[in-house]
Design a protein around this ligand. Structure first.
Ligand code: ISL
Ligand code: CA
Length: 538
């Protein structure tokens, strides 16, 4: 029997609101811009939109530093615009999920401002600590390459921030924080939102604040990743709030192992529906993303295959607002741009699990074309640039790190047309548009049957109409030298996906008639092109 949960059937499309579509010429994407593209998204065939944060924020970390959980940033519009987006999306049978960022708030949040002044009930809303003889309370380091204690003059104590300085961590040992966060969830669910993407959800509960074992990055993390306290908290959110609605949750879970993931998504435990794992995104680095390592297709495939077999239901994604563009990273955006974009699409959309597409992926948007730090806006990139400068790394290496891994690679504005600023804005975009918008854009691809965009549309239609691709079991058939083949099977019907991302010609390990082929073949046999994929029936 098909498992009919809507979030297992639908494809999710992530919108980074700042960069999607600007309706009023101020250079910043907004809710009316999203509304104006709903027909485009419907035609693409996606069934859920995930919006990165749209709440009021000083934007130190582009909205992941929230100063009011129950409002809309004026740059994006108003609560009425959000209501209209929900109505218009639902009319088209598209669900909307919001980013729930509850590990930390912005410093500008009223809760933090009152906590600094020890005004009740906010005094213990954050993780405050006295220093040790004039030194920081512990040796922990942050996700953004700094230490993570900041002294607050007014309160006379340090506060913990696992991300930027402007993102103080909330204290979940304080019962009123739990209540306040549950109210935030209810606020949006009552307004009609269909679920949440839960930011760094597996680090909410800190077991202790003691010194951690020194690590090249994230010293201290053994004290807060997937703790028992976290499981209790998530179960409580689920019981108190989530089970009362037909909603979907996907947890962003850093450093998660298959075992940890299973503990978070196992339906019997009642915590989250799904999680994002990171292992396949770490196949081109050592330990942290900045220690560059040559991308190996086989390592990537093995990792995907491992997760496919270790969890009953995964999420699959190759891009988001924190990651470089997949066509530049796992494909070849110079010699085989369209071929590698389509091949990666075929892989993504035929694996088992809820699939996520990031805005622009469907036209094969590439990494940014910046030549130095001047146009870079991301707080993480600037921190790393400064840190590697202090470490006296050679400038060329520092720039190579940024160029390959900066989060701004994914954040350049959506390329709607070949016109000025890619049709994203009539004003000055908040982040420069890639100059390749002249050739890589929606309008041009719309006209061309063989484009990446039209390939995505056919592939999504195929998946939306196929129980095998949606629900079928997974079995690895072949994995070698950049070639990967696996079988999906459902109620006696079987489909096989074969992909070659080796960058060289390869003999296909399996032959059959194509349901879809990046090369437009009717039958797959003999040689495969350097970037080629097909879904076949044997
Ligand atoms: O991109 C990363 C740093 O290289 C990741 O480690 C990232 O920081 C981590 O996945 C958490 O990301 C989420 O929370 C951050 C925010 O900056 C990211 O944009 C968000 O996706 C803090 O809220
Ligand atoms: Ca705008």
């Amino acid at each position: 029997m098909a498992d009919t949960k809507w979030w297992k059937e639908r494809i999710v499309y992530q919108i980074y609101p700042m960069s999607f579509c600007d309706s009023n010429g101020d250079g910043i994407g907004d809710l009316q811009g999203i509304i104006s593209k709903l027909d485009y998204l419907k035609k693409l065939g996606v069934g859920v939109l995930w919006l990165s944060p749209v709440y009021p924020s000083p934007n130190e970390d582009n909205g992941y530093d929230i100063s009011d959980y129950c409002g809309i940033h004026p740059d994006y519009g108003t609560l009425e615009d959000m209501d209209e987006l929900l109505r218009q999306a639902h009319e088209r049978d598209i669900k909307i999920i919001l980013d729930l960022v509850i590990n930390h708030t912005s410093k500008a949040h009223e809760w933090f401002q009152k906590s600094r002044q020890r005004i009740e009930p906010y005094t213990d809303y954050y993780i405050w600590k006295k220093g040790k003889k004039g030194k920081k309370p512990s040796n922990w380091t942050s996700f953004f390459g700094e230490d993570c204690w900041e002294y607050d003059e007014l309160r006379g104590e340090y506060y913990l921030h696992l991300f930027a300085k402007g993102q103080p961590d909330l204290n979940y040992r304080c019962p009123s924080v739990v209540d306040a966060v549950e109210d935030v969830m209810r606020f949006w669910l009552d307004r009609g939102v269909d679920g949440f993407r839960c930011d760094v959800i597996n680090i909410l509960w800190k077991n202790s604040l003691d010194n951690g074992k020194w690590k090249p990055a994230l010293t201290g993390s053994e004290h807060y990743i997937s703790t028992d306290g976290l499981h209790r908290l998530l179960h409580r959110f689920n019981e108190d709030v989530l089970t009362k609605y037909d909603c979907y949750t996907v947890g962003e879970t850093v450093f998660v192992t298959p075992k940890m993931a299973d503990d978070l998504v196992n339906p019997a435990r009642g915590e989250l529906n799904t999680v994002f794992s990171f292992e396949h995104m770490e196949t081109d680095c050592y330990f942290v993303k900045w220690f560059l390592r040559r991308f190996s297709p086989d390592r990537f495939f093995s990792c995907l295959s491992k997760w496919q077999t270790s969890l009953d239901w995964n999420t699959v994604y190759f891009e988001n607002h924190d990651q470089p563009r997949s066509v530049s990273r796992f494909g070849d955006d110079i010699h085989y741009h369209d071929e590698s974009a389509k091949t990666l699409a075929t892989l993504l959309l035929s694996l088992r699990g809820t699939a996520f597409i990031f805005e622009g992926q469907e036209i094969g948007m590439t990494n940014f074309d910046f030549e130095d730090m001047t146009p870079v806006r991301d707080v993480e990139s600037h921190n790393i640039w400064a840190l590697t400068g202090r470490l006296r790394l050679p400038k060329a290496l520092r720039w190579r790190m940024i160029k390959q891994k900066s989060r701004d690679n994914a954040r350049t504005p959506m390329q709607w047309s070949g016109e000025a600023n890619g049709g994203f804005t009539t004003g000055t975009p908040w982040l420069s548009v890639n100059s390749n918008h002249k050739t890589i854009n929606v309008a041009a691809q719309e006209e061309d049957f063989g484009s990446v965009l039209n390939y995505y549309r056919r592939l999504i239609a195929l998946r939306n109409g196929s129980s095998v691709l949606k629900f079928g079991s997974y079995k690895e058939l072949y994995l070698k030298d950049g070639v990967f083949a696996f079988e999906r099977e459902y109620e006696g019907e079987s489909l096989v996906t074969v992909v070659n991302i080796s960058g060289s010609v390869r003999i296909t390990p399996l032959v059959g008639d194509c349901l879809i082929s990046t090369e437009g073949r009717a039958r797959l046999e003999g040689e495969m092109k350097p970037y080629e994929a097909a879904i076949i029936r044997r």
